[in-house]
Design a protein around this ligand. Structure first.
Ligand SMILES: [Zn+2]
Length: 394
């Protein structure tokens, strides 16, 4: 009897199961994940460091020994020129995606490697070089300018690579500070660097006017160019946001190609002469005026004069015709506190005599001396400080 009841229950249960509405089919069970410790955590490329292809051992020495990188004879004019190289950014890998290409190549790393390769080239030509940062570290913008000012450098170059929302964009732009009249030698530097980069990198695109004022970006311009006291330029050699360019930029061979282009630009700039001015009288920058009592008595007093020695950056080479004038006479302009003042220039000794007003008030004044050599290179150091002191009366 008990077996019959058990059999009936089993039949009823089977019937219930058979008559139920079809149940949703359970999804297949995913294969079990491997244990966490067996799988290294995925690296986020937008936080990665060392995003460049490492250079093989001895890469630079090896490549610079080839005819492709034979230093041209005109690079000898770089000897003794002080050049401060400023690799942009650094110490910023923790900022996710900051200044990176589409696959995570960091601009800061490209900037540094190009600067290091350029330094090596410049040193081989006899230039003096300092970098504002040697490693992947954050250096403030004012600190970078101070490194160049305190040295002091003759030229300042900030090395960067650009970014754009449009991944197709890829060309060279080089930036100078403020207006075209602010420091014309910065335009010379920017121009030599820009056209050499365009030749060396040979991007299919160009910016129609690739020299640009930093005031197009910020009203007060770029801090590193604004705060440096010497001719300066900021290079944006190419766009790391362009996918093909990003892959080129991680390659040491391409970094060297860029450094080589910058080097040739600097060598040509130096070869065409780096003009300078030197205050001869008063050599200490302090101008002593005659006692006021002399003028009160109606005595004829000659206007105060100061004398500069101009250097066109060429005649000291003593090449044929060196004794001829190689400064464009009409390019000479002297300003006292922003106002033009009369001057005479003599090819004899390259002396520039500047006549100052008789009623020049005591205190500090700014004298600016602008001129260009025969290759249209402008004076590197046009600004001078003059302190005027009245001699005590009788
Ligand atoms: Zn940059």
């Amino acid at each position: 009897m008990r077996e019959i009841v058990w059999l009936m229950s089993l039949i009823g249960l089977s019937w219930q199961i058979a008559c139920k509405a079809p149940q949703p089919v359970a999804p297949p069970v995913a294969p079990r994940e491997p244990l966490a410790e067996a799988c290294p955590p995925a690296i986020d490329p937008m936080l990665a460091v060392n995003t460049l292809k490492p250079a093989p051992p001895g890469f630079l020495d090896c490549r610079l020994a080839t005819p492709e990188y034979a230093i041209p004879p005109y690079a000898k004019f770089l000897a003794g020129v002080r050049i401060c190289l400023d690799p942009g950014h650094g110490g910023d890998a923790h900022k996710r995606g900051y200044k990176r290409g589409p696959t995570g190549v960091r601009e800061a790393e490209v900037d540094l490697r190009v600067a290091q390769y350029l330094r090596e080239l410049l040193l081989r030509a006899g230039a003096e070089v300092r970098l504002t940062r040697e490693g992947d570290c954050d250096v403030g913008l004012s600190e970078r300018a101070a490194i160049a000012n305190e040295w002091p450098a003759d030229l300042f170059i900030s090395l960067h690579h650009n970014a754009n929302d449009d991944p197709q964009v890829n060309c060279t732009t080089v930036w100078y500070h403020a207006g075209v009249d602010h420091r014309p030698a910065s335009l010379d530097l920017a121009r030599y660097l820009c056209f050499s980069l365009q030749d060396g990198l040979a991007h299919p695109q160009i910016a129609d006017v690739p020299l640009r004022s930093d005031q197009l970006m910020y009203d007060i311009g770029f801090a590193v160019l604004r705060e440096t006291n010497m001719p300066g330029a900021l290079t944006e050699s190419s766009y790391h946001t362009n996918p093909a360019e990003e892959q080129r930029l991680r390659d040491p061979e391409y970094n060297l190609r860029e450094a080589w282009a910058l080097f040739l630009g600097l060598a040509k700039y130096a070869a065409t002469g780096l003009p300078r001015a030197r205050l001869l009288e008063p050599a200490n920058g302090i101008l002593l005026l005659p006692p006021a009592s002399n003028t009160d008595l109606g005595e004829e007093t000659a206007p105060p004069q100061i004398v500069f020695e101009l250097d066109d950056g060429l005649r000291s080479r003593r090449d044929r015709g060196w004794e001829r004038q190689m400064i464009l006479t009409d390019s000479i302009l002297v300003r006292l506190d922003g106002h033009p003042v009369p001057h005479t220039f003599s090819n004899e000794g390259y002396r520039l005599c500047v006549e100052l007003p008789c009623d020049l008030p005591p205190g500090e004044h700014e004298i600016r001396v602008d001129f260009q050599n025969m290759n249209k290179n402008s004076v590197l150091n046009p600004l001078f400080r003059l302190v005027v002191v009245s001699a005590p009366g009788d």
